[in-house]
Design a protein around this ligand. Structure first.
Ligand code: PAF
Length: 284
């Protein structure tokens, strides 16, 4: 497993692989890896002849007052987790090379970024699309793998790749959960044991949404209210949003159907957690 610290070295490696006819799979991460990330890496290793993982805590996707400084970082531990999986290269660029002085180019997907997380985190998706566009240019992957816990992120990136006719496939992968249902996230490390317990209200509420749907409920408002009720009954939880929406436009719907997205953002103590499920599609 090669450690690649500079943009030039990463580009040279990818272009030599491409010349040799290799298929490059890419898993962009901000590090502090968990089983969710590792499931993406395993899939890339399965589908592609070379796999690159990037570790880069991207400053442009954090707003003022957000957790950029305290975002958990442990590169040694991350490398130890990646090595046995058959990863070929880990790209670890430095902020000062990635965004040098004078940097002024950004990529923006409009409309679908003005919903859900885009409303409470202005500028977040502009940072995500910018960093991913630049990473895609550097790594030159055939496929890039993203977890559906960040459902809106995956949709926004797919939109960017389609709209800009970028030559790669965005591969969505299922949410990985702890045995008790909590969706895996690097931000779970912010939770105290009490908050960790309280955080289960997210997956419990989504499970209830699935139960209502499978028992025939089609009124979006009834599902929205049932989800809210479960979260509001948890004293440590503060709802940012509960959305029952179309999974492409993220517009709220009145009637649900198979595939309708139920998406949540909830503050539990110091952590803002997100989770989602597609009705009649996902298992929780
Ligand atoms: O999902 C993440 O960890 C980040 O948003 C990503 C895709 C690595 C871009 O910084």
């Amino acid at each position: 497993m090669k450690l690649v610290p500079t943009i030039g070295e990463m580009k040279a490696l990818s272009s030599s692989w491409r010349k040799d006819g290799e298929t490059i799979g890419f898993v962009p991460t901000m590090g502090y890896l968990h089983e969710g990330h590792l499931s993406l890496v395993r899939e890339s290793v399965k589908q592609c002849s070379k796999t690159v993982v990037s570790i880069f805590v991207n400053p442009t996707q954090f707003g003022p007052g957000e957790d950029f400084e305290r975002y958990p970082r442990d590169t040694e531990r991350d490398l130890g987790l990646l090595e046995p999986l058959g990863v070929d290269a880990v790209f670890i660029p430095e902020v000062k090379e990635f965004y040098p002085e004078g940097y002024q180019t950004y990529v923006e997907v409009t409309e679908i970024t003005n919903r859900l997380c885009g409303l409470s985190r202005p500028g977040h998706f502009r940072g995500v699309t910018t960093v991913c566009c630049k990473l895609f240019n550097i790594v030159s992957p055939h496929k890039a793998f993203f977890g559906k816990k960040d459902f809106q992120q995956f949709t926004v990136l797919k939109r960017m790749v389609d709209d800009l006719a970028m030559d790669l496939e965005i591969v969505p992968m299922p949410i990985v959960r702890e045995p008790d249902g909590l969706a895996m996230s690097s931000r779970n490390t912010y939770l105290s044991p009490k908050e960790r317990e309280a955080a289960l209200c997210l997956s419990k509420s989504l499970k209830e949404a699935q139960r209502l749907f499978s028992s025939g409920e089609r009124d979006a408002n009834k599902i929205r209210e049932a989800v809210k009720k479960i979260i509001e009954s948890e004293p440590l939880a503060e709802i940012d949003y509960v959305s029952v929406c179309d999974p492409y436009s993220f517009d709220e719907v009145d009637k649900v159907e198979r595939g309708t997205l139920v998406a949540l953002a909830v503050k539990i103590g110091p952590a803002r957690l997100i989770d989602n499920t597609q009705l009649g599609v996902d298992e929780i």
